[in-house]
Design a protein around this ligand. Structure first.
Ligand SMILES: [Zn+2]
Length: 231
């Protein structure tokens, strides 16, 4: 299984790895800092020995680096990997923002999160909620920016599933993880939010900058979608 460098240190911008296998334009590495698409996050991009990645995907336990053009790699070769850091850091800022926003809206309304899409330019979170007018949206965004300015530390750790299930705030989210997983990765944004989560985050909310609410959409009777970006 590929070692996930992005779990221990989300700030790895360059790394060396060994080619494990090559199938067409899909390559498995022994270790990677490229976060694959999943959990609502788009894939990281970058280069491996100068070859451009089209996408990074996860299938079961395996992470595949998909190249734009079929690369000439041999299994066992050492390669130099470089992340598109500007894109990745925006994804981290957006993702931590989505967690804070979810916590703010859940705290105010009790609404559950029904979906999210984290992209470098614009992201969105869906809430199971009847009412969501413009004023409410700007008050939620203000509350998010207050957390951002407070400079809250973000940490991650691993926990046995049965222990995590005893923590009241985590249970609904832990249920979303595959039942086969017995160790959960927990991401904690200080006193703001604690969730079982596999994605990449900033280490302090002050890195987010400024959160801007873009617009809201009604997706069905109870589904409210909120679009935002970071500046
Ligand atoms: Zn997340």
């Amino acid at each position: 299984m590929t070692e996930k460098l992005f779990w221990n240190d989300a700030y790895t911008k360059e790394f060396k790895a060994t080619i494990v296998s090559v199938g067409g334009n899909r390559v498995v590495l022994d270790r990677t800092a490229f976060n694959p698409r999943g959990g609502g996050l788009v894939s990281d991009l970058g280069t491996v020995d100068g070859q451009l990645l089209a996408e990074v995907v996860k299938e079961g336990d395996e992470i595949f680096h998909v190249f734009q053009v079929q690369p000439n790699f041999e299994p066992g070769a050492r390669v130099k990997c470089v992340l598109d850091w500007e894109r990745r850091h925006r994804i981290m800022r957006m993702h931590t923002t989505a967690h804070i926003l979810s916590s703010v809206v859940h705290g105010e309304t009790g609404a559950l999160i029904t979906g999210n899409q984290i992209s470098p330019d614009e992201s969105r979170v869906d809430f199971d909620l009847e009412q969501f007018d413009k004023e409410k949206m700007s008050s939620y965004i203000d509350a998010v920016n207050a957390v951002v300015r407070r400079g809250v530390e973000v940490s991650s750790y691993f926990m046995k599933r049965e222990e995590a299930m005893k923590m009241p705030g985590l249970v609904k989210l832990a249920n979303a993880a595959p039942p086969s997983v017995d160790t959960l990765r927990i991401v904690q944004i200080g006193d703001v939010d604690t969730q079982a989560d596999g994605g990449v985050h900033v280490k302090n909310t002050s890195e987010i900058g400024k959160v801007v609410g873009r617009r809201t959409e009604n997706k069905g009777r109870k589904n409210r979608r909120l679009y935002f970006t970071v500046e």
